[in-house]
Each structure stands twice: as C-alpha cells, then as structure tokens.
Design a protein around this ligand. Structure first.
Ligand code: MG
Length: 385
C-alpha cells in the first residue's frame, strides 16, 4: 500500500504569538516543523512527505527542512484550501492512502502512525482521539456556567487523519470553493465516507500556546526537569608480588598485590573519580591526598562512599556505574559477580545498574607486560535540582 503524508503548516499561529509562526520555532534547538516531518520520514511505511506552507514562509521553511527529503506545496487562506492544494500536488504520486497531519504536533509516534495505517481501508477514514477526562460545561454569553455536557459521546480528535486518497479527493471536489471545515474528518463525512476513531496519544498534543513549549521540553526529557550527566575516571596501580589484592572491595588471592598508599584498589579509585566528575568536585587526590597518613592502607570503599555522600549532598542521584578493569592477571571473571554485588551494596544500587567488565591489552604496554593494572569507570547521575 502506497502511503503519502500531507503536513499542513500554512497557518500564522496567531494564538501563539512571537516573531515567526509557531511551527518554525524551536524545541531544544530543533524547529517544530522539522521534528514533525522527521517523524514521518523515518517511518518505514511512508513513501512520500509533502509539506503545505504559507508563501511568505519559504525562507523559514528552507531553514527548518534543510536537507530533508520533503516536497513543498504553497497553501491557501484556510486549512481547507491548504489541504486542497496539497491533495492536488499529491495527485502525481497517486497514493493509496493519505495521512494528513498538523505541523504543530511534533510528537506523533511511529506506533500511532502504524496503527492508523492499519485502521485505514479503501472505503474508510480513521483518526486518533482521546476521550475527555475533565467535566464539560456550556458557558453562557455572560461567562456564567450554563449546563452539563455528557462526556460519553464526545472525543477530542487529533491528527494524523488517514483516508483512502481517491475518495478524499472526491469529497474535497464536492465542497464549495470557499468552504472552511474544521478538519479532514469533517470533509470526508461531507462526502459520506465513514470514519472511525482509534486511541490517540496524550503526547501527540498540538502546540498552540507558549506554555505548550514547556510541555514539549518535558516530553523530550522523560525525567521531567531532571538532567542526567556522566563522569569518567581512570586509575593505575603497579602490580607486585604479594599475598592478595583488593579490587572493587573484593579480595583476590592470586599471588599478586597492588602497590599504593591506601589499599590501592584501582577500580574503586577510578569509580570515585567518575562520581566526583559528575558534580565537578575535583579528584580523589584533592579529597584524600596520599601525603595524608590517615589514608595509609585505608579501605578504598571509604573514598567511594564519601564521594557518594557528596553526590547526595549536591542533590544528585547515582543511577548507573560501568567499570572496565585492564590487566593480564589476575583473571577478573571468577570475581566479577562478587564485585558487582559489593559495589551494589556500597552504593545502594540495583545489581542491574552495576556493570563490571575486564579486558587485556593483547600483551602490549604496561598492562600487557604485567607491570600494572588499570581501571576505567563511568558514573551516570540524575541531578535533582
Ligand atoms: Mg589510585
């Protein structure tokens, strides 16, 4: 089935305000129109995308759609006239179905597009809708509440609205030249085409007022206003003969030890630096200098939990850690699960959020010659304020 999309963005967005029409304004640096077009260009069932724009918006559109494979049509004075112009331009494509969508709904999901294509047929239109959840009232001309409106037969209808192409073109052809209908479902029904409503999506809202931009930013940031950042850490300690070493707080008795002022747990040192990195709090040497005798032979889990306490004090929440230990010996794999469990306990994390990996350097460099052991760490945190 050949599917074409008509994205209607020829309006001036008078309710929105601002110097340029709302569909050309940006959410997190990307124009709304561009976001909307991209939703369809990246959907595998869509064959072509046409955008209907105002004639004086060409410069804005050129910037917004730069590099995108989209066809441009100049719209008319009303939405009905704009869609009519778009359908005329689409005739050369002769699609089986056409999806008509508002440029100012940039969060239409691939799942919703797929469900609409499934719901369309050669003799029926379909659109997404949401049942109203607030109480509905009529208002008198003096602003006083009139009566109640029953919700059970009402739907808030969104776009994309999907139709068999030829019958929709015919329905438009039968309209008076100056007709101005609310949407394409209204046009289809005027041509006696049956239309069905499928479940819409709350995030598929239409950007109408300035406040909607803030809502749009929240949609793009699934954790509300919470920002996630990542810190990295790296540490090396010399390998020497000895009874045992401690790595990730786990004792490994393999005839090797790590040389250092504290217990020389390179993995915990790298991880401590990664955590300090997420809050820009310097490095482990700033907080626990090796010149300070109190840290001699210290259990490095003290450094780790102190860094974790600093994160919490700064309003940050640790969400994930990932460690890579680089050495020829000892073999890490037999201890890996014990290391993950120890880190999870020390940091109050779910085991699923704790990763420990190991690698060698193919006998190259100081780890390859067995002179030292290196550890690389990342920590991801959510900043709560
Ligand atoms: Mg160290």
């Amino acid at each position: 089935m050949k599917c074409a999309v008509l994205i209607v963005g020829a309006g001036s967005g008078e309710r929105f305000g601002g110097d340029i029409p709302k569909q050309y304004q940006c959410i997190n640096g990307v124009p709304i129109f561009r976001r909307t077009i991209t939703c369809f260009l990246t959907h595998p069932q869509i064959n072509s995308v046409f955008a209907v724009i105002a004639s004086d918006a060409r410069p804005h559109f050129a910037v917004a759609a730069n590099g995108l494979a989209v066809n441009v049509v100049i719209g008319g004075a009303t939405r009905t006239a704009s869609v009519r112009a778009g359908l005329t331009a689409l005739a050369v494509e002769a699609p089986d179905i056409v999806l008509i969508h508002d440029a100012a709904r940039p969060f239409v999901s691939h799942q919703l597009i797929s469900r609409l294509i499934d719901a369309a047929s050669m003799d029926q239109g379909a659109a997404p809708g949401l049942a109203p959840t607030d109480a509905l009232k009529t208002i008198n001309t003096d602003g006083q509440v009139g009566g109640d409106v029953a919700r059970d037969q009402l739907m808030q209808v969104q776009t994309p609205q999907v139709f068999p192409f030829a019958p929709l073109v015919q329905a438009y052809a039968q309209l008076p030249a100056n007709a101005a209908l609310a949407d394409d479902i209204a046009v289809a029904r005027s041509g006696r085409m049956p239309c069905t409503i499928i479940a819409g999506e709350v995030d598929n809202f239409k950007i109408t007022h300035q406040d909607d931009l803030k809502r749009a930013e929240r949609v793009l940031r699934p954790n509300g206003q919470k920002l996630c950042v990542t810190g990295t850490g790296f540490d090396v300690h010399r390998l020497i003969d000895g009874k045992s070493m401690t790595l990730c707080g786990v004792e490994i008795a393999d005839g090797l030890a790590l040389e250092g002022h504290s217990d020389a747990d390179a993995a915990l040192h790298a991880l401590t630096d990664a955590m300090l990195g997420t809050i820009g709090a310097g490095d482990i040497g700033d907080h626990f200098p090796p010149t300070d005798r109190q840290w001699q032979n210290a259990d490095s889990s003290l450094f780790l939990t102190a860094a974790h306490d600093m994160l919490i004090e700064r309003g940050a929440s640790l969400i994930h850690i990932d460690l890579t230990i680089i050495c020829e010996r000892p073999k890490i794999k037999p201890y890996r699960e014990a290391m993950r469990a120890r880190l999870a306990t020390l940091l109050g994390l779910d085991m699923a959020r704790v990763s420990v990996k190991a690698t060698t350097t193919e006998k190259l460099g100081f780890p390859g010659r067995g002179e030292g052991l290196a550890a690389l760490a990342t920590a991801s945190v959510q900043l709560l304020n």
